[in-house]
Design a protein around this ligand. Structure first.
Ligand code: ATP
Ligand code: MG
Length: 558
């Protein structure tokens, strides 16, 4: 174990188990997604935990698809999950397993439970079962089918498997205790009838095991040592233990931790599916989605996501993590690795009236002041430029230090310029162009007489720049906990979560940028090339702004 890693309660348990030679001091975890949607950042927490612990303790981690519900699962999801786990930097080697591979074994175990008098076929329908189950304050009622003979149960269960009964007409249930204080122990369903095609087993089965049964049996078959899951399964642990004890098979230990909740988004596949299917976003990998694929497309790096997961740690109590912390981690990573370039998102034309027409010069620019080894590049300068429209004000208030009539500012890596004239559209009054003069003595952006200017602006040369579409993203929801007040998370969808800028310009060095490449646009944020990008029309996603709201939050706390 790496000494600088803070030991959390799970790592403490694992350390203790190794010391006590439990499971022969082996460590074997698993990440068990149900292939019914794309993975989100909450899953990343679980992945980092399971694969991370396996790595730190010289153990193994399996990738197991919990594919026991044929109606909601698809091959597309299996493929996306594998891609996302790999991209996050984890490797399951050849241990790619499917709960459906164990269906035969699970069936055999169920037969054993019946023979032990620990399971029975029940003819109650779903509504009746629910009613008989009782409530938190009221104990349950025993099913009239609870005391069927072992022979009858075996025969009926076999007929269930053979497809002799319609969907929902019968179930196999564990015979535990209808008076248990834990509702999960009140004769839970083990198998249900479902005449549905499965993405791997086809039509071989028409009965499917329930999660609680399938999960512990799968863990046992794979020789898992520590079965790490989220807190909502704490009340299911007695059932996990009951199945394995009654079957008398190898018995892993279930450990629960608090799931990740993140502000300004939702982390539930059920809700994410609705956002996709109802068209609130453009697919699972929409850069506004909290999915791994959305974050990848947005420009987040796997290192930063892993770093985030490490920082939030694991705890026993639910909490809400601030989205600003995730953004802080992304920014911190990109600050070191992303090349800085100049791009103008909302252009305003500037004519340098005393600069020779048809002249171009190449000025030297630094690729990343944080890392000299990233080197330098040349950016072309000429008579007609674009600057950011927001960097000019005709009648500036006191606190506005950027360009204004009569004022001098620095153009990054270039010259000092002074605004001498403002050209407007005669009908609308809109500023269409600025006329400026430059001081040739300030080449490179330094003035020999140490004349002070209050602002440094980014710019591009109009005839050299490349036109680009830029997509700015904001939170997908307007509230930290969507739906907290209205009970419908969709009422809090942010109508302004995407701002499309079609008139942007980027410096010519970006001509060869490829999909996925990341940059800092000076003063504007971190951006990455979208997969929609073409040579004719480059498209950039804003990954994250430069403004560090997390630092502000931290400062306010102090
Ligand atoms: P969802 O609620 O999004 O549908 P799930 O728990 O149904 O999630 P699974 O595919 O069953 O999704 O999850 C696979 C693993 O990831 C499980 O071990 C689960 O506990 C874990 N996991 C899911 N969501 C989170 C989360 N928000 N934080 C941490 N772990 C999570
Ligand atoms: Mg689940």
């Amino acid at each position: 174990m790496t000494p600088d890693k803070p030991a959390d309660f799970i790592r403490e348990i694992v350390t203790e188990d190794i010391k006590n030679r439990k499971y022969d001091s082996r460590v074997h975890t698993r990440f068990p997604p149900e292939p019914n949607g794309y993975l989100h950042i909450g899953h990343a927490k679980s992945i980092c935990l399971n694969f991370g612990i396996a790595k730190e303790f010289n153990g193994l981690c399996n990738l197991r698809f919990d594919d026991t519900n044929p109606t909601k699962e698809e091959v597309e999801y299996v493929e996306s999950i594998k891609e996302d786990v790999k991209w996050l930097g984890f490797d399951w080697d050849k241990r790619e397993y499917y709960a459906s591979d164990y269906f035969e074994k699970m069936y055999g175990y169920a037969v054993e439970l019946i023979k032990k008098g620990k399971a029975y076929v029940c003819d109650l329908n779903a509504d009746d079962i629910r009613e008989y189950r009782g409530t938190l304050t009221e104990s349950g009622k025993e099913s009239p089918y609870r005391n069927r003979s072992v022979e009858d149960n075996l025969e009926l269960f076999e007929k269930m498997r053979k497809g002799e009964f319609p969907d929902g007409s019968r179930t196999l249930r564990a015979k535990i205790d209808m008076k248990s204080g834990n509702i999960n122990m009140r004769d839970p369903v083990i198998y249900r009838i479902m005449h549905a095609e499965h993405h791997r087993t086809g039509n071989k089965w028409c009965i499917y095991p329930m999660y609680d049964y399938a999960h512990c049996v799968s863990d046992s078959i794979e020789g898992i040592t520590h079965s790490i899951c989220t807190l909502e399964f704490e009340d299911h642990r007695p059932l996990y233990d009951w199945f394995l004890d009654e079957l008398g098979v190898y018995h892993p230990r279930q450990i629960e931790f608090a799931r990740l909740n993140l502000s300004y988004t939702v982390l539930s596949k059920r809700r994410l599916i609705r956002l996709v299917q109802e068209g609130h976003v453009n697919g699972w990998d929409d850069p506004r989605m909290p999915t791994i694929s959305g974050f990848r497309r947005r420009g987040y790096t796997p290192e930063s996501i892993r770093n985030f997961c490490e920082r939030i740690g694991v705890a026993k109590r639910d909490s809400l993590v601030d989205m600003a912390l995730l953004e802080y981690c992304i920014r911190e990573g990109l600050n070191k690795s992303a090349q800085r370039v100049m791009a103008v998102l909302k252009p305003l034309k500037v004519v340098i009236t005393n600069y020779p027409e048809n002249q171009t010069e190449e000025l030297e620019a630094i690729n990343n002041p944080e890392d000299e080894s990233m080197g330098k590049r040349k950016v072309p300068f000429s008579r007609i430029l674009y600057i950011e429209r927001d960097d000019f004000m005709e009648n500036p208030p006191n606190e506005f230090f950027r360009l204004a009539p009569g004022r001098e500012v620095r153009l990054r890596y270039a010259y000092y310029i002074t605004c001498v004239d403002v050209i407007k559209d005669k009908t609308t009054g809109e500023v269409t162009e600025l006329h400026c003069t430059y001081d040739p003595a300030t080449r490179g952006g330094d003035s020999p007489d140490r004349r002070k200017v209050k602002a440094t602006l980014h710019w591009v040369s109009a005839s050299h720049a490349i036109k680009a579409e830029v997509r700015l993203y904001d939170h997908l929801f307007t509230k930290p906990v969507p739906g907290e007040e209205s009970n419908d998370f969709k009422t809090d969808i942010n109508p302004k979560s995407l701002e499309l800028l079609k008139q942007g310009f980027v410096e010519p060095s970006l001509a060869d940028a490829k999909s996925g490449d990341r940059f800092q646009f000076e003063r504007m944020g971190y951006f990455c090339v979208d997969r929609d990008s073409t040579n004719e029309k480059p498209v950039f996603n804003r990954t994250v702004t430069l403004k560090d709201t997390w630092a502000k939050i931290e400062k306010a706390k102090r």
